[in-house]
Design a protein around this ligand. Structure first.
Ligand code: HEC
Ligand code: HEC
Length: 160
């Protein structure tokens, strides 16, 4: 009886080794391993893309908000504007304009940072917790997604 068990175990171990070897033979092709349809050993050039407003101030389309109260995405390029430091913040020069709050913003006009961003909106004192704009706002270009998103921005508003 004991010998039978041993033989059984030995056969099972042999079968396992053989099937593992067979699985190893079925190699996955290099260009099926990653999201990008190129060999994982290549360094493909990223696709060229454009912002809705190539330069801040050129008339662009504002991006659709992902959800109510989401920080809006930046529709223009931020080249030469980042990183924001203690002494360098170009965003502020265009967007910290409390006088424009509530006014009609024509395309091409900088959207004023909202009241929530100031210590005192009347005096135009920016709240320092908002200094690092790119902590919450990121540039968004119209790019081809590698994986389609199934996020539904209206889902939380719908009741079943
Ligand atoms: C030269 C002026 C200028 C500078 C500098 C600038 N912006 Fe803008 N920004 C604009 C204009 C103008 C728009 C409106 C879109 C358009 O018409 O191009 C805009 C749009 C935006 C929006 C979209 C607002 C909305 O409600 O959809 C955000 C967010 C934004 N900018 C953030 C930033 C941040 C963060 C920086 C710094 C990294 C920055 N901007 C620098 C001019 C500027
Ligand atoms: C802590 C996160 C945070 C930081 C930092 C921040 N913002 Fe915002 N911002 C938001 C959110 C959230 C909203 C959307 C507010 C809402 O819908 O009530 C917003 C809205 C805006 C808007 C759109 C206003 C409108 O009427 O559509 C602009 C423009 C903007 N921010 C510019 C800036 C700039 C410029 C800075 C840096 C000086 C900055 N923000 C820093 C979170 C942030």
């Amino acid at each position: 009886m004991r010998n039978c068990t041993l033989l059984g175990a030995a056969l099972a171990a042999l079968a396992f080794t053989l099937s593992a070897a067979a699985a190893q033979d079925q190699a996955i092709p290099d260009d099926d391993l990653g999201l990008s349809k190129a060999s994982v050993y290549d360094t493909p050039e990223p696709a060229v893309f454009e912002y809705a407003a190539p330069d801040a101030g050129s008339v662009g389309k504002r991006a659709v908000r992902s959800y109510n109260t989401a920080p809006p995405m930046i529709p223009h390029s931020t080249t030469d504007m980042v990183p924001i430091t203690r002494d360098f913040n170009l965003c502020k020069d265009c967007h910290v304009q409390p006088d424009l709050i509530g006014m009609k913003i024509e395309p091409g006009m900088p959207v004023p940072a909202p009241v929530s961003h100031y210590l005192n909106a009347k005096k135009g004192d920016l709240h320092m917790g908002r200094w690092n704009c790119t902590q919450c706002h990121r540039p968004q270009a119209d790019v081809k997604l590698l994986v389609e998103s199934v996020f539904d921005r209206k889902a939380p508003l719908r009741r079943k």
